[in-house]
Design a protein around this ligand. Structure first.
Ligand code: RFL
Length: 381
């Protein structure tokens, strides 16, 4: 079997790439380890930057999110008894975030790709890859199959095989943070509201809308904490305490987990004819909501490079893609790192650290030039 591009992974990066290649008349096959059901139900991110939406719109892939998503152009900071709203949309000429759950975007992208004859091989994990061949293990098969190709797009996330295969060639830079975040999807009766960042002496708490009835909430915790340390009552109590708004006892809590916060950056995003995209290349913490956006933007950039390669004979399209996107990824990494440090730190209870953090938040809210710089980066200008 042979195709022009093998795309490993059917997440946002892989599926945007597959759709863009299909539209450019470039043959590709998507190989995904999990089932279709699994990938369209995997709730993760939900904040799409203005720029990401423009790119998806340009590919005709934004109809679902424009019809069913919502928009946000402000966020609220809370500490002590203060609640201050930052209307960042007013500082960016009206650019804002679109809120649409990642799994809904993934479902839309799958539908668009397969409606035009695209092939996604579900339950086909990639087990080995080289510059010109990807080896897949089909379900119940006794032996793997090889697919030959011109290019391999490693869109298989942080735990995938692409990053592991390439990292010895390109290097890896990692950082773990000395605290974790408990995360849960919560359905408070009565619906959900603003993006909230609360800086409480017990640590950070955040609430990000996902759908009209669901929010993703975050609570800073100790690195050693396990999910069993955070029964639903504790999550409810602590969210209520840190956000300053009691959560109704009936608020349903789903998909609770403890996130080990870490950042990871490959030293280079390409090697020979293999390109890394999205989380396979760069992992950012959820602070600043950059991960899914970077994944989509990588995919559009790689598709552009490959189109010019096949149409106009541009040689070696990958190095340019890798250089440009790694620079952008570092900018997003820096913002996410800064944002994490703004809202969350290793020393809840340390008044010096807390007051420094609060001074930084106040400067952000009180200085128009600081707020404008924040707003532009936050919405991805
Ligand atoms: P994905 O989405 O992880 O998709 C990778 C796909 O590859 C498959 N796979 C393989 N397939 C074949 N063979 C193999 N050997 C394979 N190994 C893996 C996997 O099954 C999967 O389908 O990577 P991609 O496309 O790079 O997309 C990245 C985003 O998913 C990620 O950055 C975001 O979810 C991060 N993130 C957030 N990003 C934002 O922009 N805004 C947010 O608000 C936000 N919140 C979050 C987040 C991530 C979270 N978690 C749990 C990781 C909140 C959470 C809780």
């Amino acid at each position: 079997v042979r195709t022009q591009v093998v795309v490993i992974g059917a997440g946002p990066a892989g599926l945007v790439l597959a759709n863009a290649l299909q539209q450019a008349g470039i043959d590709c096959v998507v190989a995904e380890r999990e089932t279709r059901r699994h990938v369209v139900n995997r709730a993760r991110a939900g904040m799409l930057e203005h720029r990401t939406v423009e790119l998806l719109r340009g590919l005709g892939l934004a109809d679902g999110l424009l019809a069913k998503g919502s928009r946000r152009s402000s966020c609220e900071f809370r500490w002590d008894d203060r609640r201050v709203v930052l209307r960042y949309g007013e500082l960016t000429g009206g650019r804002e975030h679109h809120v649409y759950p990642q799994q809904h975007l993934v479902a839309d992208l799958l539908d668009a790709f397969t409606a035009h004859g695209g092939t996604v091989l579900f339950s086909h994990p990639a087990v080995a890859l080289s510059a010109g061949t990807v080896t897949l293990w089909p379900p119940r098969a006794v032996a793997p199959i090889d697919i030959g190709c011109d290019f391999v797009a490693g869109c298989d996330g942080f735990h995938g095989i692409s990053r592991r295969t390439l990292h010895e060639h390109v290097g890896l830079h990692e950082r773990s943070y000395p605290f974790g975040w408990v995360t849960a999807l919560i359905q408070p009766p009565g619906g959900t509201d603003e993006v909230v960042y609360a800086l409480h002496p017990n640590g950070f708490a955040g609430r990000m809308p996902r759908t009209a009835t669901t929010s993703r909430c975050y609570l800073q915790c100790a690195t050693a904490d396990q999910v069993r340390d955070w029964p639903d009552e504790r999550v409810r109590d602590e969210l209520g305490r840190r956000l300053g708004e009691a959560l109704p006892v009936r608020a349903e809590i789903a998909e609770k987990s403890v996130m080990r916060l870490r950042s990871s950056m490959v030293g280079g995003m390409t090697h020979a004819n293999v390109a890394l995209l999205g989380d396979a290349a760069h992992l950012v913490t959820p602070a600043g909501a950059k991960g899914m956006n970077l994944a989509v933007q990588d995919a559009v950039a790689l598709a552009d490079g490959l189109r010019v390669h096949y149409r106009e004979g541009l040689r070696d399209p990958l190095p340019r893609y890798g250089r440009e996107r790694l620079d952008k990824a570092w900018l997003a990494q820096e913002f996410s790192h800064w944002m994490l440090d703004l809202i969350s730190g290793p020393e809840p209870g340390d008044p010096f650290a807390r007051n420094l953090r609060l001074a930084r938040v106040r400067r952000l809210l009180e200085s128009r030039s600081f707020a404008t710089a924040f707003a532009r980066t936050y919405v991805g200008m």
